[in-house]
Ligand binder design. Sequence first.
Ligand code: FAD
Length: 302
Amino acid sequence: MKKYEVAVVGQGPAGLSAAIYTARAGMSTLVLGCEPKVSGDYDIDNYFGFPETITGRELLERGKRQAKRFDVQMRCDRVLGIHPTENEEFEIKTETGKVRACSVILATGVSRIRPGIEDLSEYEGKGVSYCVSCDGFFFRNKQVMVVGEGIFAANQALELTQYTPHVSVCSQGKPLTMTESFQEKLQEAGIPVKQRKIERVEGNDVLERVIYDDGSEEAVDGLFIALGEASSLDFAYSLGVMRNGVFLQVDEEQKTSFPGVFAAGDCVGRFLQISVAVGEGAIAGRSAINFVKKQCREKGKS
Ligand code: FAD
């Protein structure tokens, strides 16, 4: 498995800025992620140094070219999960494989999609979960459902089969975006996929059933939300990183509560602007450099 000193999740301004710093400091750096939302033909009028304005696409292209000049490895690949290993590294599972890293910088922007299910928050921690690796164990041999339409949901459902054979997927009425190979994997594992929409959840003290938009119901003990692609919040849940609502909590050095994991840009929820993302990326990069030197190079792990 390929190993990097720094893995950056996110190819937006925060991630690219962080990678430029780590790579210029001689750290092997991988950036995962695809086209950020701002990489269209939007005029960016308020970013320092461009008096005639610049499009988001051009600004990001310039950032990528700059990062490549310092040997940053870049891949349009989505991260499905991040897990600490026994020797204090991180294993990063993506749609195309796995990599290892000594430190991780989360720069995923704000992409979390709300499922639009009534009363969902009432059952959080009482049947509703956002993290299979945290809560799957509590649903051994129980009836569980994953809400999501993409590879992230498929992967969560397959992970759940470690705990229970009673797993299904509900796309929340969305067309499936998971690849055929993942659909086949679900079929082989005996996991049915429903393209239905859950309107609300019900139970007494704990979750007992979902109610679909046609009024029919289905008994479930656990409902795992995994819409769209995995966000920084999903990684925060599985790593146990402290949060501030839907954002990641960081200190002034962009350190999260998990050693070796840093976060920058919109995912930490300060001022959602490119200039701030770039600045926070630089600080996260510097913190990752210090971490790698102390925790990996001095201990001979790089
Ligand atoms: P993003 O730019 O959102 O990048 C997130 C990255 O994370 C993407 O590459 C994405 O693919 C990746 N990612 C997410 N999940 C995963 C995963 N599971 N695995 C791998 N990668 C993942 N700001 C300004 O300052 N001026 C403006 O004029 C301006 N105009 C804007 C116009 C539009 C239309 C939009 C949408 C935003 C605009 N903004 C503007 C806001 C600005 O774009 C954001 O503040 C900035 O892009 C945040 O940077 P970021 O790196 O934190 O996140």
